[in-house]
Ligand binder design. Sequence first.
Ligand code: SF4
Length: 613
Amino acid sequence: MLSGYAGRILDVDLGSKQFTVKPLPERLAREYLGGRGFVSRTLFDEIEPGADPLGPKNVLIMASGPLTGVFLPCSSKVEFGAKSPATGGYGDSNMGGHIGSELKYAGYDMIIIRGQSQSPCYLYIDDDRVEIKDASDLWGKGAIETETALKARLGDEFQIATIGVAGENLVKIACISHDFGRQAGRTGIGAVMGSKKLKAIAVHGTKGVPLADPAKVLEVGKNKFRALFAKPGFKEWTPYGTAGITDWVNEVGSFPTRNFSTGYLEGYEAINGKAVREKILVLDKGCFCCAIPCGKYSHTRVNGREAYVEGPEYETVALIGGNCMLSKVEEVAYANYVMDELGIDTISGGGVVAFAIECFERGIISESDLGRAVRFGDVDSVVHIANLVAKREGIGDVLAEGVRTASAKLGRGSEKFAMHVKGLEISGYEPRNTPAMLLAYMTCDVGAHHNRAWAITYDIAVGREKLEGKAAKVIELQHVRPVLDMVGACRFPWIEVGFELEHYPEIINAVTGFSHTWETLSAIGERVWNLNRCFNIREIPDFGRKYDYPPARIYEEDIPSGPTKGKHITLEQIEALLDEYYDLRGWTRDGKPKAEKLAALGLEEEARACGMV
Ligand code: SF4
């Protein structure tokens, strides 16, 4: 039996209501590790080329990694994946909480969900007992409301992932929710779940995880917890979590503000991590085996309306706070709660709402389209637009497609300020004066997401005007960071607290018995990166360089205010960044992996499948 793995895959067909349990192939574990690697390999193999992302031939995957559920710092993560309805290409999104570990304890590394149910259902897993149960009474309920209802029905020991009405309505910025406020937010993964009429996944397990050397894992686990607690960043970062970086991002002029028209928000102190802690915090909340609980469970009250919400964390502060210009932490938290309950990703949600408000200001959409006047800085405008989108009411039906499609339909120059790459709305860093961060957005496999290569710190460290060396750094990060998503580990101990990357090969080897170094782990990262590029080439008919550009606002407008006032990046500089990136990757100047590069990564068949040979 493979150590670190449950050793089984649960394969469910919602159309026929049948399921099978298959052994986990050893080759899959060795070549793709788990989590995001399993998603990448399985999507390429199991999805029929050209499948409709919202049709029965798309598959929804939930995959843990070898560290998920093991006594190690922050070993909580699970990956959801599918062909993305937002981009039409490779899609995945990572989630913490407790459902990844529970899946391992139930005896499965991965669930593959195929087909479409005729009626609302939920997937019930209690160790070896698997059932597809009726969810008619839950359809139409909020994501958190559904989790509460299923906990009451099944018991607190079940870990539950749900969708809200946005997922039911196939909104392309819909997320999957778990643990009362943790989300697999990006790439429209909640709409795929909704297309299958799958309202929830409920998991309970009582099994263990086989370990290569249990005594060593215990020793390594204890030592790594001690190493993490000893880091100066532990005491500084933990009280505020991710929202603690709000001040720094403003100070470097990269805080997305007013639909990314600028990089600095006056009065950001009212919505930063300190404001969360001092004004609305109820308790710190962590995922499975977390040593540095970044979740800030909060209570907010706005104009007589009250809500409990996990957050707001940094990305929500940036996209709902800065980008929609809300000036009070209570308002950011309330809009966060509304989007969580509707089942909307707060990153794309903040992007779509800000885009709609700018369209309204410019006269591209009207008061009658929206049902009321809207403005930046008004929480009721944010809540109103979020509801239109989730329910696909009025102009919400257009906005529910995401800013790329919405701008193509609305026209009148709105493409320039539809802030996305590949159809995925940009996350929380204004990138005009941070070329490495911009390149990371441009080349990210799922669209403009920050978590593959959070390169902004490198820009600041080595000089933000400089272009040399930025492509190489982005590539290095694009190989290293996703490895943590593959093994099921949270990135924050490394990124935020200073826990050295060098710890990970020791941890992974103690659990699995493999003999990895960072060199071998990065090689897997490179294989997965190229495989996902092949997936995009296969699935998006004209995919290539033209999909790697940011919207024109990025290179046509100088930053108008704040510490980076007057800064800009030119289209020529963007072309140079892309050229260098493709050359270093062994891709053509049209952004396609060359056959020899794919062969070196063991991807010869994939090269043929996507027409590269
Ligand atoms: Fe979860 Fe945050 Fe802990 Fe990471 S740091 S495991 S996201 S609570």
